[in-house]
Design a binder for this molecule. Structure first.
Ligand code: HEC
Ligand code: HEC
Length: 308
Protein backbone atom coordinates (compact mmCIF):
# COMPACT_ATOMS: atom_id res chain seq x y z
CA UNK A 1 0.00 0.00 0.00
CA UNK A 2 1.41 3.41 -0.92
CA UNK A 3 1.90 5.88 1.92
CA UNK A 4 -0.61 8.32 0.45
CA UNK A 5 -3.33 5.68 0.12
CA UNK A 6 -2.58 4.62 3.71
CA UNK A 7 -3.14 8.17 4.95
CA UNK A 8 -6.39 8.49 2.99
CA UNK A 9 -7.67 5.22 4.50
CA UNK A 10 -6.69 6.28 8.03
CA UNK A 11 -8.44 9.64 7.62
CA UNK A 12 -11.61 8.02 6.27
CA UNK A 13 -11.70 5.50 9.14
CA UNK A 14 -11.18 8.16 11.83
CA UNK A 15 -13.68 10.51 10.19
CA UNK A 16 -16.25 7.71 10.26
CA UNK A 17 -15.76 7.19 13.98
CA UNK A 18 -15.82 10.91 14.68
CA UNK A 19 -19.00 11.12 12.63
CA UNK A 20 -20.62 8.38 14.72
CA UNK A 21 -19.65 10.18 17.95
CA UNK A 22 -20.96 13.47 16.65
CA UNK A 23 -24.25 11.89 15.55
CA UNK A 24 -24.73 10.38 18.98
CA UNK A 25 -23.95 13.65 20.73
CA UNK A 26 -26.25 15.56 18.39
CA UNK A 27 -29.25 13.27 18.82
CA UNK A 28 -28.97 13.08 22.64
CA UNK A 29 -28.43 16.85 22.88
CA UNK A 30 -31.52 17.55 20.73
CA UNK A 31 -33.77 15.46 22.93
CA UNK A 32 -32.75 17.15 26.17
CA UNK A 33 -34.37 20.36 25.02
CA UNK A 34 -37.78 18.83 25.58
CA UNK A 35 -39.18 17.49 28.72
CA UNK A 36 -39.60 13.73 28.60
CA UNK A 37 -43.03 12.79 27.38
CA UNK A 38 -43.56 15.95 25.35
CA UNK A 39 -44.81 15.27 21.83
CA UNK A 40 -43.09 16.80 18.84
CA UNK A 41 -45.15 15.80 15.85
CA UNK A 42 -48.80 15.08 15.25
CA UNK A 43 -50.08 13.32 12.14
CA UNK A 44 -53.57 12.68 10.93
CA UNK A 45 -54.92 14.70 13.79
CA UNK A 46 -54.27 12.10 16.49
CA UNK A 47 -50.98 10.18 15.75
CA UNK A 48 -48.31 11.69 18.01
CA UNK A 49 -44.58 11.06 18.22
CA UNK A 50 -42.53 11.40 21.35
CA UNK A 51 -38.88 12.42 21.24
CA UNK A 52 -37.53 10.50 24.21
CA UNK A 53 -33.78 10.10 24.75
CA UNK A 54 -32.22 6.75 23.85
CA UNK A 55 -32.35 4.26 26.70
CA UNK A 56 -29.18 4.60 28.77
CA UNK A 57 -28.05 1.01 28.27
CA UNK A 58 -28.41 1.42 24.53
CA UNK A 59 -26.33 4.58 24.54
CA UNK A 60 -23.67 2.81 26.56
CA UNK A 61 -23.54 0.01 23.99
CA UNK A 62 -22.76 2.59 21.32
CA UNK A 63 -20.05 4.14 23.46
CA UNK A 64 -18.54 0.75 24.24
CA UNK A 65 -18.50 -0.15 20.55
CA UNK A 66 -16.65 3.04 19.73
CA UNK A 67 -14.14 2.53 22.53
CA UNK A 68 -13.63 -1.06 21.40
CA UNK A 69 -13.17 0.10 17.80
CA UNK A 70 -10.54 2.67 18.81
CA UNK A 71 -8.73 0.12 20.98
CA UNK A 72 -8.79 -2.38 18.11
CA UNK A 73 -7.27 0.17 15.75
CA UNK A 74 -4.44 0.83 18.19
CA UNK A 75 -3.60 -2.88 18.61
CA UNK A 76 -4.35 -4.33 15.17
CA UNK A 77 -3.72 -3.07 11.63
CA UNK A 78 -6.69 -1.10 10.29
CA UNK A 79 -5.51 2.50 10.03
CA UNK A 80 -3.89 2.49 6.61
CA UNK A 81 -0.17 1.84 6.93
CA UNK A 82 -0.16 1.72 10.75
CA UNK A 83 0.62 -1.88 11.72
CA UNK A 84 -0.83 -1.80 15.23
CA UNK A 85 1.20 -2.17 18.41
CA UNK A 86 0.70 -5.98 18.46
CA UNK A 87 2.42 -6.27 15.03
CA UNK A 88 -0.13 -8.92 14.15
CA UNK A 89 -0.50 -10.04 10.52
CA UNK A 90 -2.45 -12.86 8.91
CA UNK A 91 0.80 -14.19 7.54
CA UNK A 92 2.53 -14.25 10.92
CA UNK A 93 -0.43 -16.01 12.51
CA UNK A 94 -0.44 -18.58 9.70
CA UNK A 95 3.32 -19.05 10.08
CA UNK A 96 2.97 -19.61 13.81
CA UNK A 97 0.25 -22.22 13.29
CA UNK A 98 2.30 -23.92 10.62
CA UNK A 99 5.30 -23.94 12.94
CA UNK A 100 3.23 -25.63 15.66
CA UNK A 101 1.90 -28.23 13.24
CA UNK A 102 5.41 -28.82 11.95
CA UNK A 103 6.76 -29.39 15.46
CA UNK A 104 3.95 -31.81 16.27
CA UNK A 105 4.76 -33.70 13.08
CA UNK A 106 8.47 -33.85 13.87
CA UNK A 107 7.70 -35.13 17.36
CA UNK A 108 5.37 -37.82 16.11
CA UNK A 109 7.90 -39.13 13.62
CA UNK A 110 10.99 -38.69 15.77
CA UNK A 111 11.09 -42.47 16.50
CA UNK A 112 11.60 -43.12 12.78
CA UNK A 113 14.62 -40.83 12.53
CA UNK A 114 17.12 -43.65 12.92
CA UNK A 115 15.52 -45.93 10.34
CA UNK A 116 17.10 -46.45 6.94
CA UNK A 117 15.11 -45.25 3.94
CA UNK A 118 14.72 -48.88 2.82
CA UNK A 119 13.16 -49.87 6.16
CA UNK A 120 11.04 -46.76 6.17
CA UNK A 121 9.67 -47.69 2.74
CA UNK A 122 8.44 -50.99 4.25
CA UNK A 123 6.66 -49.34 7.17
CA UNK A 124 2.92 -49.25 6.33
CA UNK A 125 2.06 -46.49 8.83
CA UNK A 126 4.86 -44.22 7.65
CA UNK A 127 3.98 -44.86 4.02
CA UNK A 128 0.33 -43.92 4.58
CA UNK A 129 1.47 -40.56 5.91
CA UNK A 130 3.97 -40.24 3.07
CA UNK A 131 1.26 -40.91 0.51
CA UNK A 132 -0.71 -37.96 1.91
CA UNK A 133 2.40 -35.80 1.87
CA UNK A 134 2.91 -36.73 -1.77
CA UNK A 135 -0.67 -35.86 -2.66
CA UNK A 136 -0.25 -32.51 -0.95
CA UNK A 137 3.19 -31.50 -2.20
CA UNK A 138 4.05 -33.42 -5.32
CA UNK A 139 0.94 -34.56 -7.18
CA UNK A 140 0.38 -31.19 -8.85
CA UNK A 141 3.44 -31.90 -10.99
CA UNK A 142 3.92 -35.68 -10.86
CA UNK A 143 0.24 -36.67 -10.81
CA UNK A 144 -1.66 -38.23 -7.91
CA UNK A 145 -0.55 -41.66 -9.11
CA UNK A 146 3.06 -40.40 -9.48
CA UNK A 147 3.07 -41.42 -13.13
CA UNK A 148 4.01 -37.95 -14.28
CA UNK A 149 3.15 -36.16 -17.48
CA UNK A 150 4.98 -34.55 -20.37
CA UNK A 151 7.97 -32.79 -18.81
CA UNK A 152 7.35 -34.37 -15.38
CA UNK A 153 8.95 -37.76 -14.90
CA UNK A 154 7.05 -40.91 -14.03
CA UNK A 155 8.25 -41.94 -10.56
CA UNK A 156 6.81 -45.45 -10.65
CA UNK A 157 9.06 -46.95 -13.34
CA UNK A 158 12.66 -48.04 -13.14
CA UNK A 159 13.83 -45.30 -15.52
CA UNK A 160 15.62 -42.60 -13.57
CA UNK A 161 17.03 -39.28 -14.65
CA UNK A 162 19.02 -38.74 -11.47
CA UNK A 163 19.20 -42.20 -9.94
CA UNK A 164 16.83 -44.57 -8.17
CA UNK A 165 18.82 -45.45 -5.06
CA UNK A 166 17.21 -44.22 -1.83
CA UNK A 167 20.05 -41.77 -1.38
CA UNK A 168 19.79 -40.36 -4.91
CA UNK A 169 16.02 -39.96 -4.56
CA UNK A 170 16.53 -38.23 -1.22
CA UNK A 171 18.99 -35.77 -2.78
CA UNK A 172 16.64 -35.07 -5.68
CA UNK A 173 13.78 -34.20 -3.34
CA UNK A 174 15.86 -32.34 -0.77
CA UNK A 175 17.92 -30.15 -3.09
CA UNK A 176 15.91 -30.16 -6.30
CA UNK A 177 17.31 -30.77 -9.79
CA UNK A 178 17.78 -28.82 -12.99
CA UNK A 179 17.74 -30.69 -16.26
CA UNK A 180 19.49 -28.66 -18.96
CA UNK A 181 19.50 -29.78 -22.55
CA UNK A 182 21.15 -27.20 -24.83
CA UNK A 183 19.43 -26.03 -28.02
CA UNK A 184 21.18 -27.55 -31.03
CA UNK A 185 19.20 -25.94 -33.85
CA UNK A 186 21.48 -22.90 -34.10
CA UNK A 187 24.61 -25.09 -34.07
CA UNK A 188 23.49 -27.85 -36.44
CA UNK A 189 21.06 -26.22 -38.83
CA UNK A 190 17.92 -27.98 -40.07
CA UNK A 191 19.79 -30.74 -41.93
CA UNK A 192 21.93 -31.62 -38.91
CA UNK A 193 18.87 -31.70 -36.65
CA UNK A 194 17.10 -34.12 -39.04
CA UNK A 195 20.15 -36.41 -38.95
CA UNK A 196 20.11 -36.50 -35.17
CA UNK A 197 16.35 -37.02 -35.00
CA UNK A 198 16.82 -40.04 -37.25
CA UNK A 199 19.67 -41.41 -35.18
CA UNK A 200 17.87 -40.89 -31.86
CA UNK A 201 14.89 -42.77 -33.30
CA UNK A 202 17.08 -45.73 -34.19
CA UNK A 203 18.55 -45.70 -30.66
CA UNK A 204 15.20 -46.85 -29.28
CA UNK A 205 14.74 -49.41 -32.01
CA UNK A 206 12.61 -47.46 -34.46
CA UNK A 207 12.93 -47.33 -38.19
CA UNK A 208 14.56 -44.22 -39.71
CA UNK A 209 16.21 -43.39 -43.03
CA UNK A 210 19.56 -45.18 -42.81
CA UNK A 211 21.67 -42.49 -44.45
CA UNK A 212 20.37 -39.76 -42.20
CA UNK A 213 20.82 -41.92 -39.12
CA UNK A 214 24.37 -42.83 -40.14
CA UNK A 215 25.31 -39.16 -40.46
CA UNK A 216 23.53 -38.48 -37.17
CA UNK A 217 25.53 -41.11 -35.35
CA UNK A 218 28.78 -39.30 -36.10
CA UNK A 219 27.29 -36.05 -34.82
CA UNK A 220 25.96 -37.79 -31.75
CA UNK A 221 29.36 -39.12 -30.80
CA UNK A 222 30.93 -35.66 -30.95
CA UNK A 223 28.13 -33.47 -29.64
CA UNK A 224 25.83 -35.54 -27.48
CA UNK A 225 27.76 -38.43 -26.02
CA UNK A 226 29.37 -36.20 -23.39
CA UNK A 227 26.02 -36.05 -21.63
CA UNK A 228 23.94 -38.92 -23.00
CA UNK A 229 26.84 -41.41 -23.19
CA UNK A 230 28.36 -42.94 -26.33
CA UNK A 231 25.69 -45.64 -26.26
CA UNK A 232 22.90 -43.09 -25.57
CA UNK A 233 22.04 -44.64 -22.22
CA UNK A 234 22.20 -41.34 -20.38
CA UNK A 235 24.07 -40.05 -17.36
CA UNK A 236 22.61 -39.93 -13.86
CA UNK A 237 25.09 -37.29 -12.72
CA UNK A 238 23.71 -34.80 -15.28
CA UNK A 239 20.12 -35.95 -15.37
CA UNK A 240 20.62 -36.76 -19.06
CA UNK A 241 17.94 -39.26 -20.01
CA UNK A 242 18.48 -42.69 -21.45
CA UNK A 243 17.56 -42.35 -25.14
CA UNK A 244 17.46 -46.09 -25.86
CA UNK A 245 14.49 -47.23 -23.75
CA UNK A 246 11.60 -45.58 -25.60
CA UNK A 247 10.56 -43.81 -22.36
CA UNK A 248 10.32 -40.10 -23.08
CA UNK A 249 10.28 -37.19 -20.69
CA UNK A 250 9.24 -34.67 -23.31
CA UNK A 251 7.33 -36.93 -25.66
CA UNK A 252 8.54 -39.57 -28.11
CA UNK A 253 6.89 -38.57 -31.37
CA UNK A 254 9.23 -37.54 -34.15
CA UNK A 255 7.97 -33.96 -33.70
CA UNK A 256 8.67 -33.99 -29.95
CA UNK A 257 12.18 -35.33 -30.46
CA UNK A 258 12.81 -32.68 -33.10
CA UNK A 259 11.75 -29.93 -30.66
CA UNK A 260 13.94 -31.41 -27.90
CA UNK A 261 17.01 -31.36 -30.14
CA UNK A 262 16.29 -28.14 -31.99
CA UNK A 263 15.24 -25.88 -29.09
CA UNK A 264 16.65 -27.75 -26.12
CA UNK A 265 14.82 -28.38 -22.84
CA UNK A 266 15.13 -26.86 -19.40
CA UNK A 267 13.35 -28.48 -16.53
CA UNK A 268 13.25 -27.66 -12.85
CA UNK A 269 12.44 -29.84 -9.87
CA UNK A 270 12.14 -27.54 -6.82
CA UNK A 271 14.12 -28.53 -3.71
CA UNK A 272 11.94 -29.31 -0.69
CA UNK A 273 14.23 -29.52 2.32
CA UNK A 274 13.83 -25.92 3.40
CA UNK A 275 10.06 -26.01 2.96
CA UNK A 276 9.21 -29.45 4.35
CA UNK A 277 12.08 -30.29 6.70
CA UNK A 278 14.21 -33.40 7.05
CA UNK A 279 11.54 -35.78 8.38
CA UNK A 280 9.04 -35.17 5.60
CA UNK A 281 11.68 -35.29 2.89
CA UNK A 282 12.89 -38.65 4.24
CA UNK A 283 9.33 -39.99 4.29
CA UNK A 284 8.81 -38.80 0.72
CA UNK A 285 12.09 -40.32 -0.46
CA UNK A 286 11.13 -43.65 1.08
CA UNK A 287 7.70 -43.39 -0.52
CA UNK A 288 9.06 -42.69 -4.01
CA UNK A 289 11.51 -45.54 -3.51
CA UNK A 290 8.63 -47.83 -2.56
CA UNK A 291 6.83 -46.97 -5.81
CA UNK A 292 9.64 -48.14 -8.08
CA UNK A 293 9.70 -51.75 -9.30
CA UNK A 294 13.01 -52.10 -7.46
CA UNK A 295 11.26 -52.78 -4.15
CA UNK A 296 8.20 -54.46 -5.64
CA UNK A 297 10.48 -57.26 -6.81
CA UNK A 298 12.29 -57.51 -3.51
CA UNK A 299 9.31 -57.00 -1.21
CA UNK A 300 7.65 -60.39 -0.56
CA UNK A 301 10.18 -62.54 1.32
CA UNK A 302 10.28 -66.21 0.35
CA UNK A 303 7.98 -68.39 2.46
CA UNK A 304 9.63 -69.34 5.71
CA UNK A 305 12.33 -66.73 5.39
CA UNK A 306 12.98 -64.73 8.52
CA UNK A 307 13.44 -61.05 7.87
CA UNK A 308 16.16 -59.46 9.99
C1 HEC B 1 6.81 -27.72 -9.73
C2 HEC B 1 6.71 -29.08 -10.17
C3 HEC B 1 7.26 -30.16 -9.28
C4 HEC B 1 6.93 -30.43 -7.98
C5 HEC B 1 5.97 -29.69 -7.06
C6 HEC B 1 7.67 -31.61 -7.63
N1 HEC B 1 8.41 -32.02 -8.68
FE1 HEC B 1 9.62 -33.64 -8.71
N2 HEC B 1 10.26 -33.14 -10.56
C7 HEC B 1 9.78 -32.10 -11.32
C8 HEC B 1 10.47 -32.05 -12.57
C9 HEC B 1 10.23 -31.08 -13.70
C10 HEC B 1 11.42 -33.09 -12.54
C11 HEC B 1 12.40 -33.46 -13.63
C12 HEC B 1 13.68 -32.69 -13.48
C13 HEC B 1 14.57 -32.96 -14.64
O1 HEC B 1 14.08 -32.90 -15.77
O2 HEC B 1 15.74 -33.21 -14.42
C14 HEC B 1 11.25 -33.76 -11.26
C15 HEC B 1 12.00 -34.83 -10.85
C16 HEC B 1 11.77 -35.56 -9.71
C17 HEC B 1 12.47 -36.76 -9.33
C18 HEC B 1 13.60 -37.41 -10.10
C19 HEC B 1 13.08 -38.44 -11.05
C20 HEC B 1 14.17 -39.16 -11.78
O3 HEC B 1 13.85 -39.79 -12.77
O4 HEC B 1 15.33 -39.07 -11.36
C21 HEC B 1 11.94 -37.19 -8.14
C22 HEC B 1 12.34 -38.41 -7.33
C23 HEC B 1 10.91 -36.24 -7.78
N3 HEC B 1 10.83 -35.27 -8.75
C24 HEC B 1 10.14 -36.32 -6.64
C25 HEC B 1 9.29 -35.31 -6.21
C26 HEC B 1 8.62 -35.32 -4.94
C27 HEC B 1 8.69 -36.42 -3.90
C28 HEC B 1 7.92 -34.15 -4.88
C29 HEC B 1 7.08 -33.64 -3.72
C30 HEC B 1 7.79 -33.28 -2.55
C31 HEC B 1 8.14 -33.44 -6.11
N4 HEC B 1 8.97 -34.16 -6.89
C32 HEC B 1 7.58 -32.22 -6.40
C33 HEC B 1 8.78 -31.23 -10.96
C34 HEC B 1 8.21 -31.16 -9.71
C1 HEC C 1 24.96 -30.68 -21.58
C2 HEC C 1 24.47 -32.05 -21.59
C3 HEC C 1 23.67 -32.47 -22.83
C4 HEC C 1 24.08 -32.50 -24.13
C5 HEC C 1 25.44 -32.10 -24.68
C6 HEC C 1 22.98 -33.03 -24.86
N1 HEC C 1 21.93 -33.30 -24.06
FE1 HEC C 1 20.12 -34.04 -24.64
N2 HEC C 1 19.48 -33.80 -22.74
C7 HEC C 1 20.23 -33.42 -21.68
C8 HEC C 1 19.41 -33.36 -20.51
C9 HEC C 1 19.88 -32.99 -19.10
C10 HEC C 1 18.11 -33.71 -20.92
C11 HEC C 1 16.87 -33.77 -20.04
C12 HEC C 1 16.29 -32.40 -19.93
C13 HEC C 1 15.26 -32.36 -18.87
O1 HEC C 1 15.57 -32.73 -17.73
O2 HEC C 1 14.13 -31.96 -19.18
C14 HEC C 1 18.20 -34.00 -22.34
C15 HEC C 1 17.12 -34.39 -23.11
C16 HEC C 1 17.23 -34.83 -24.41
C17 HEC C 1 16.15 -35.35 -25.19
C18 HEC C 1 14.70 -35.55 -24.69
C19 HEC C 1 14.60 -36.92 -24.04
C20 HEC C 1 13.22 -37.24 -23.52
O3 HEC C 1 13.12 -38.24 -22.79
O4 HEC C 1 12.25 -36.53 -23.82
C21 HEC C 1 16.63 -35.68 -26.39
C22 HEC C 1 15.89 -36.29 -27.56
C23 HEC C 1 18.03 -35.32 -26.38
N3 HEC C 1 18.35 -34.80 -25.17
C24 HEC C 1 18.89 -35.48 -27.45
C25 HEC C 1 20.15 -34.93 -27.48
C26 HEC C 1 20.97 -34.89 -28.66
C27 HEC C 1 20.59 -35.47 -30.00
C28 HEC C 1 22.11 -34.23 -28.33
C29 HEC C 1 23.27 -33.88 -29.22
C30 HEC C 1 22.97 -33.01 -30.31
C31 HEC C 1 22.02 -33.90 -26.94
N4 HEC C 1 20.83 -34.33 -26.46
C32 HEC C 1 23.00 -33.24 -26.24
C33 HEC C 1 21.57 -33.09 -21.67
C34 HEC C 1 22.33 -32.96 -22.80
Amino acid sequence: MSQRLGIVIAVVVLANIAGAVWLMWWTTRGSTKQAAGETTHVWDGDLTEYNNPLPRWWLWLFILTIVFGLGYLVVFPGLGGFRGIAHWTEVSQWQAEEQTAHQAFEQRFAPLAGMSLEDLSQDPGAMTTAKNLFALNCSACHGSDARGAKGFPNLTDADWLWGGSPQAIYLTIAQGRDGLMPAWGPVLGPQGVEQLVAYVETLSGRAAPAQLAEAGKAQFLTLCSGCHGADGRGNLALGAPNLTDDIWLHGGSEGDIRVSINAGRTNHMPGQLERLGETQVRLLAAYVYSLSPHTAAAAPPAAGAVSP
